[in-house]
Write a protein that binds this ligand. Structure first.
Ligand SMILES: Cc1cc2nc3c(=O)[nH]c(=O)nc-3n(C[C@H](O)[C@H](O)[C@H](O)COP(=O)(O)OP(=O)(O)OC[C@H]3O[C@@H](n4cnc5c(N)ncnc54)[C@H](O)[C@@H]3O)c2cc1C
Ligand code: SF4
Length: 666
């Protein structure tokens, strides 16, 4: 194929959403072109593994281009050596940039200034966005965890049931219509799960399991062997209730092979984020390869979509402009336009709205394409995460198996959603890696006599308990040899971590706009991101998460190590309290919190029933331009209580069906 080929469909973005649409259309004999901003999927993953091994900081993004850190940390002002995004052709936001949020030469996003005199409790305080994504062939699933939960029917009608947020178009019916596509998504990702134990959860929330699964459905792969600590939590939560709901552990359905198949079986080496060395974990390169094998799909890597052209008479999309490059930091080496009958944007929830907003030269659409509602870029959401961590009484041997194999799903819905956000609790199996940068922190503490982990000093936890790991050792011990190994073994084998995925309400002022001052190396504007925790609804859920963490650790006989992050100083631009906030509860107690990002970037081009308040109709089709579709988590009106990607995949299958109907003139 060449650029004169008449494509049926042009897709922007080769992540899971774009790959599924391409695969479905390619199978149906449609000619498809994908424009992908990032580099090609490598023939094998050893180069990415190599980059990961050599990276100083092991973050979700560290294996992937462009580099997340320079080889040498270059200045006091830039101790991590973060590269300048203005020199990169496909910059993206990384977790290392969160604390550099006020430094445009280190952080891809532009952030608006803080209002004067804001405090941590102010609902209009602005924070750094805490979640990241990739811009490479295959997209962000390269470093996803693989958790594959469905949303609950209740998640689709938050407004009707609880008076919060908005409903999805058609409410609960949307869920029912999605069920067959959830099945397809499970099959495509080859989800490993335990149907019987998920049934308990669905029954609790009034979902008819046979309707949920289909008459003969089961997960394509048997469940992954649970981590040892899942069993410990199971035992500890027997008979436990919280605010009327039972508390119990469910094994997590997950996109990794529990048996050898087309790909290898999970070998349990706890490296799923940032990269599975043996591709036991599903990533979108699997579907992308299937799409290309149809013979009807062409992909152009290192082609950055930069503008959407509208036909001035019909107001339909007539072409997408791109800029191409050869080297990640080199000059643009080409530019052009591609045409098709239908267009699909699948560049995820930051870059898709950016592209729509950049396309502001079309007469009558000066606010950007598909933006007559002014909703493009708004309602940016994430699962804002609370982390709690502790030390079990006896070894529970984390760091063996995937990063998480179980969770507490039974608190995902209830009448409490009138007052506060729901959450699911992920049981972490990677010790204190996320919570406290372990194993490095504890190792450094016992070598250099520090106490950053609170294991080697005179720290006291929030419940007043002393935290010394080994009473026989003096505070700030400096150890070596066998004693060091034995001490570390006492710590690493007992580390517990809980992560709460707290649902965030849509807020029109949480938004992606175009920076008026910052550009990337191709001269394209960088995203300007405004992000707040604009209601007590979410903050109350943090108090609840803090409370139940303590209850769970008490039930377990564990000692809690969750650190109070201290007071934020948001009015000081230099202060790195980018994600610290406070909440004063009804008893007057002031709680300090730090939130983390779940990587679930949601809501910036939402579906709805009303063209005045949404970008897309229930078919994921632009209200303004009938031949333009969008897929990915940007279409979600609310974030719900499950990790988003299974729903993204189901919606991509459903959307592909709509496009095929559309092309057939149905
Ligand atoms: C650390 C981490 C862990 C996660 N774990 C889970 C999990 O366990 N379960 C779960 O459900 N979800 C998880 N997620 C979220 C999940 O990774 C995303 O929801 C999912 O990958 C989004 O898929 P997508 O296809 O919409 O976007 P992406 O995968 O981001 O793909 C978008 C593509 O568009 C391309 N692109 C961008 N701009 C342009 C442009 N201008 N022109 C052309 N192409 C462009 C990009 O290069 C990219 O390839 C996690 C995320 C993170 C960060
Ligand atoms: S535990 Fe290891 S083999 Fe299994 S999915 Fe994670 S990284 Fe891959």
């Amino acid at each position: 194929m060449n650029s004169k080929t008449e494509y049926d469909v042009v897709i922007v973005g080769a992540g899971i959403a774009g790959a599924i649409v391409a695969y479905e259309l390619g199978k149906a004999g449609k000619k498809v072109l994908i424009l992908e901003a990032g580099p090609a999927v490598p023939a094998d993953r050893s180069k990415y593994m190599d980059t990961f091994f050599k990276a100083a900081a092991k973050t979700p993004e560290s294996p992937y281009p462009p580099a997340t850190q320079n080889a040498v940390a270059n200045s006091l002002d830039n101790p991590l050596g973060l590269p300048d995004p203005s020199t990169e052709n496909t910059p993206r936001y990384t977790v290392l940039q969160v604390d550099a949020w006020r430094k445009p030469t280190q952080c891809y996003f532009d952030y608006p200034p803080q209002d004067a005199n804001v405090s941590g409790t102010s609902l209009n305080a602005k924070f750094a966005f805490a979640s990241s994504y990739e811009r490479i062939g295959g997209g962000t699933t390269w470093h996803w965890l693989g958790t594959c939960l469905r949303l609950l029917p209740q998640d689709f009608e938050l407004k009707t049931l609880y008076g919060q947020g908005v409903d999805w178009p058609g409410g609960e019916q949307f869920y029912q219509d999605l069920v067959p596509f959830y099945e397809k998504a499970d099959q495509e990702i080859n989800v490993a799960g335990d149907k019987q134990r998920m049934q308990r959860l669905y029954e609790q929330f009034g979902v008819d399991p046979s309707g949920t699964y289909g008459a003969h459905y089961d997960f394509p792969m048997p469940g992954i062997v649970p981590a040892l600590q899942d069993r410990v939590y199971e035992h500890a939560t027997l008979g436990m209730k919280y605010e009327g709901n039972e508390v119990y552990v469910s094994p997590t359905p997950q996109g990794r092979n529990s048996r050898p198949g087309e790909r290898r079986q999970c070998a349990g080496n706890t490296n799923c984020i940032p990269i599975c060395p043996i591709q036991a974990k599903y990533d979108a390169t699997v579907t992308l390869a299937r799409a290309l094998q149809t013979g009807n799909v062409e992909i152009r890597y290192q082609h950055v979509a930069s503008n959407i052209q509208l036909d001035s008479t019909t107001q339909q999309v007539c072409a997408i402009d791109y800029i191409s490059y050869t080297h990640a930091n080199g000059i643009a080496t080409g530019q052009g336009s591609v045409t098709g009958k239908r267009f699909v944007l699948a560049a995820h929830a930051i870059e898709t709205p950016k592209l729509l907003l950049m396309s502001n030269k079309n007469p009558g659409f000066e606010n950007g394409v598909a933006n007559s509602s002014d909703q493009v870029g708004r309602n940016l959401m994430d699962h804002i995460m609370y982390l709690g961590w502790g030390l079990a009484e006896k070894p529970i041997y984390p760091y063996r198996g995937p990063l998480s194999t179980g969770g507490i799903e039974s608190l995902r819905d209830g009448d409490f959603r009138k007052q506060r956000s729901a959450y699911r609790i992920e049981i972490g199996n990677e010790g204190w890696q996320w919570a406290a940068n372990d194993p490095g922190t504890t190792l450094a503490d016992f070598i250099f006599g520090q106490n950053n982990s609170q294991l080697n000093g005179n720290s006291v936890n929030q419940q007043g308990q002393e935290l010394r790991l080994d009473d026989n050792l003096p505070a700030n011990s400096k150890l070596f040899g066998q004693q060091l190994v034995q001490t570390l073994n006492q710590a690493y084998t007992r580390q517990l971590r809980l992560g709460y995925l707290i649902e965030q309400l849509p807020d029109a002022n949480n938004r992606v706009e175009l920076s008026s001052t910052l550009k990337d190396n191709l001269g394209l504007p960088r995203p300007k991101v405004t992000y707040r925790l604009a209601s007590d609804y979410e903050r109350k859920a943090f108090v609840s998460a803090k409370q139940i963490t303590t209850e769970l650790f008490t039930q377990l006989g564990a000692t809690e190590y969750t650190q109070d992050p201290g007071e934020p100083n948001l009015s000081n631009a230099e202060d790195a309290s980018a994600t610290k906030f406070q909440y004063q509860d009804d008893s007057g107690t002031l709680h300090n919190f730090k939130f983390y990002g779940a990587g679930h970037i949601v809501g910036t081009y939402r579906m709805g029933d009303d063209p005045a308040t949404s970008v897309l109709n229930h078919r994921q089709q632009s209200w303004d331009h009938a031949n333009l579709y969008m897929v990915g988590s940007g279409v979600f009106p609310t974030i719900g209580t499950g990790n988003p990607t299974l729903t993204i995949a189901a919606l991509a299958f459903q959307g592909a069906g709509h496009i095929l109907d559309d092309l057939a003139g149905a």
